[in-house]
Design a binder for this molecule. Sequence first.
Ligand code: KIV
Length: 277
Amino acid sequence: MGTRVKPETLALMKQRGESIAMLTCYDHPTAVFQDAAGVDVIFVGDSVGVNVLGYKSPQQVTMNDMLHHTRAVRRGVVSALLMADLPYRSYETPEQALENARQLVSAGTEVVKLEGGRNIMPQVEALVAEGIPVVGHVGYTPQTRTGKRPVFGDRAEEALDVLYDADALASAGALAVVLECVPERVAEVVTRRLSMPTIGIGAGRVCDGQVLVAHDMLGVYKSHYRFVKTYTDLKRVMHQAFAAYVADIKAHRFPEDRHRFKIKSAELRRFRAQIDE
Ligand code: KIV
């Protein structure tokens, strides 16, 4: 078991120049494997909707979805810091943010993440005042940005928005910020100017940490995002296993002798005697 990662560990890691490794996670076995592999932050993202629930958009994800998956992941995490997303429209006011964040904390998360910057400062302040650690999310924000352009911050005005939003989150007491699909040079400026850690996804090499969607890096879906590195081809591995199973069943190759339960002859005779009557 590794050293327990706490909310305050993230700032220490930035000070030490130690990169933060974060991955999305939606279920118990994945949480166990990620924790054992040394992932620092295990994150129940609202990308659960598109990646495992079959939704078309993150906007369909409900608080109940997030609570259900957060509980499952909680049961598998020992050392990592557990973080969960507040889903779309669950934090429109500070009161609503507080009510829903409390539920996520009861489900086992240690940190809540919400999308936005200057526009959600009252929500972040309310959560922090209540002792709930918060991570913000700026740049490309999937809950509200549905446009085709995959990058945010490649125009000077947008780059300023990224910086000012991240800065506002830090002033409101957030402990870190996710920068999504931001040009590397912009992410670099934000990372250098803030004492709060930045965690990039499609934000280049200079952030204080990195996050990927586990399903993308495992190759469950063919990712078309240039920022994804695929570490294995789980789609192929799963397809091969399922097809081999079907072939075994059709050919009566499974179950085999070693997969059977047995009954003693005497018990079988007694059983037969009773039904033969
Ligand atoms: O829900 C999610 O997977 C996210 C990542 C893109 C950081 O917010």
